[in-house]
Design a protein around this ligand. Structure first.
Ligand code: 3SK
Length: 512
């Protein structure tokens, strides 16, 4: 019999009041200085729950949250969970047609929007046949309700009785190829990530201060600045704007986080800035990276500047957070580390057979934080969630010491002269050159119709003349092997990426 007392809001929010943390700051907005204490979060979320019920939004209906990283976000998220309504944090960087698809697909009946995002979502909201209420945080346009008005006078509602297997929230995953999929997560999945990666890899503590460049809407950010700090009563610094290298370095200097959570592109650009300005003064004890594999060179340079290593890890929206990671004090750059306690991993070939040391296979993962399914996408659900195993679509090689080395997406690998080539390995070699900021490698056919690597590079400095291109080819040859060098190099201003920063190699392949 499943317990019906498993509402995640009880553990992550309300528990802290009984444990004497009511006055402690749970959230601090870096740009405005606004704060939210644990007591205010407990009361604010109870008020949101009451307001949802008062507005006629019933348990299991969906609430879309197009909300920036600001103190209303945790109140809305936990308020929805308390009332049994299913919040869907939405990526705040999407375009109107994508919001249109998501609002229809999810059939959200209420949408909460931060005022600066209103214009981009307004046409999709107007088109949705399902939305009954629009609540705006900030100045509310005509026909919408201001957040303060929505909650004013609403009864405080205790967390609804739910069982651990009930769907708590969804996230939309765009994957690296496009179409959004609603990923449904259950109440117990939240705790499954904080009890594993949060407690056993990060060893997160009550006195930690967390700064995450990844936002709440991204599964990585939701763990970093919501479930992990709230599992121990720590404090998170919210950065509402776009995380750029200068803004992150300034925020670290000003708010002194002990844990910083970034992504490789940002780390690379921050390291480039620190080469000129030096590192910010802060009591950092842990830095983590996810989203895509961290180039070895970036980790080493960051460590030289800050004195703290970067824990590179791998997670997914489907698994909610990181299941494969390096460990504090045991980092091997260029590898993704080993299984996080609580997760089992397998590397399999195309026939589903386990591959051996030195071979490349697709990574499958088994753990309690796995999603239930993709909403209304039966084929995709069946292809990804195979019994207890979740397919990641990522290829890895297992080393003698059990650490896994990233080799690319299953569909990014290609053969050169009959040997599998990982675009990621060539990209890592390119970005280790001081003049290269970012690189993406895809196959292109030569005049004989044979596939060879082509590189797109964003430069840190220099003009990309033929001399630099030749130097880059020699650099790759000397770093990773003669046959792996890019036969063509094109200098570009930026690389195509998903909203969460993953390189979309398929877009370059189409052009190649
Ligand atoms: O991409 C990742 O590595 C990741 C990590 C944690 C949570 C979610 C994602 C997608």
């Amino acid at each position: 019999m499943l317990s019906i007392d498993a509402n995640a809001a009880t553990y992550f929010v309300d528990r802290h009041i009984g444990e004497g943390r009511g006055d402690k700051t749970a959230y601090l907005e870096a740009e405005t200085g606004r704060t939210l204490s644990y007591a205010a979060m407990a009361e604010g979320s109870a008020r949101v729950a009451g307001a949802l019920a008062r507005a006629g939004i019933r348990p299991e209906e969906r609430a879309a949250l197009l909300v920036l990283d600001q103190i209303e976000f945790p109140q809305l998220f936990w308020g929805a969970l308390k009332s049994g309504v299913v919040p869907i944090p939405l990526n705040t960087l999407l375009a109107t047609p994508v919001y249109d698809v998501i609002l229809r697909d999810s059939r959200a009946s209420i949408v909460f929007v931060s005022a600066p995002l209103w214009d981009v979502v307004a046409p999709a909201v107007a088109d949705s046949p399902y939305i009954r209420h629009v609540v705006v945080i900030g100045d509310a346009p005509e026909g919408t309700t201001r957040f303060e008005t929505f909650v004013e006078g609403a009864p405080l509602m205790d967390a609804a009785a739910v069982n651990a297997d009930e769907v708590a929230f969804w996230l939309y995953s765009s994957g690296s190829t496009g179409q959004p999929k609603g990923v449904a997560h259950i109440h117990s999945a939240l705790r499954a990530t904080s009890d594993t990666y949060g407690a056993q890899v990060l060893g997160i503590r009550e006195d930690d201060v967390v700064l995450s460049a990844a936002k709440f809407f991204f599964a990585y950010g939701l763990g970093n600045e919501m479930t992990f700090p709230l599992s121990v009563g720590a404090t998170s610094v919210l950065f509402t704007g776009r995380p750029t290298p200068p803004s992150m370095i300034d925020t670290i200097a000003a708010h002194k986080p002990t844990i910083f959570c970034g992504v490789p592109t940002l780390y690379a650009a921050m390291v480039a800035q620190m080469d000129a300005t030096g590192a910010p003064d802060a009591p950092l004890r842990l830095c983590i990276s996810a989203g895509e594999a961290l180039p070895e060179d970036v980790g080493q340079r960051w460590e030289k500047h800050t004195g703290v290593g970067i824990l590179d890890g791998v997670g997914s929206t489907e698994m909610l957070h990181i299941f494969l990671s390096n460990r504090p004090g045991d980092i091997v750059y260029g590898t993704s580390g080993t299984a996080v306690p609580g997760y089992d991993l397998r590397l399999v070939d195309e026939d589903g057979n386990e591959v051996g040391v030195g071979e490349v296979g697709e990574l499958l993962v088994n753990g309690a934080s796995a999603a239930n399914c993709y909403w209304n996408q039966r084929d995709k659900s069946r292809n990804t969630f195979e019994g207890v195993w979740t397919r990641t679509g990522d290829k890895y090689e297992k080393r003698e010491d059990e650490r896994l080395v990233y080799c690319g997406r299953t569909d990014d690998m290609f053969k050169v002269s009959g040997i599998w080539l990982s675009p990621f390995e060539v990209e890592g070699a390119l970005v280790s050159h001081p003049q290269v900021l970012e690189a993406a490698v895809v196959p292109q056919r030569d005049e004989e119709g044979l596939e060879k690597p082509k590189a797109y590079v964003v430069l840190q400095s220099g003009t990309g003349d033929q001399a630099l291109k030749d130097a880059l080819k020699d650099h790759v040859k000397s770093k990773i092997g003669l046959w792996k060098y890019p036969r063509w190099i094109e200098v570009v201003d930026e690389l195509p990426k998903t909203a969460t920063g993953k390189i979309q190699r398929f877009k370059l392949r189409e052009d190649a």
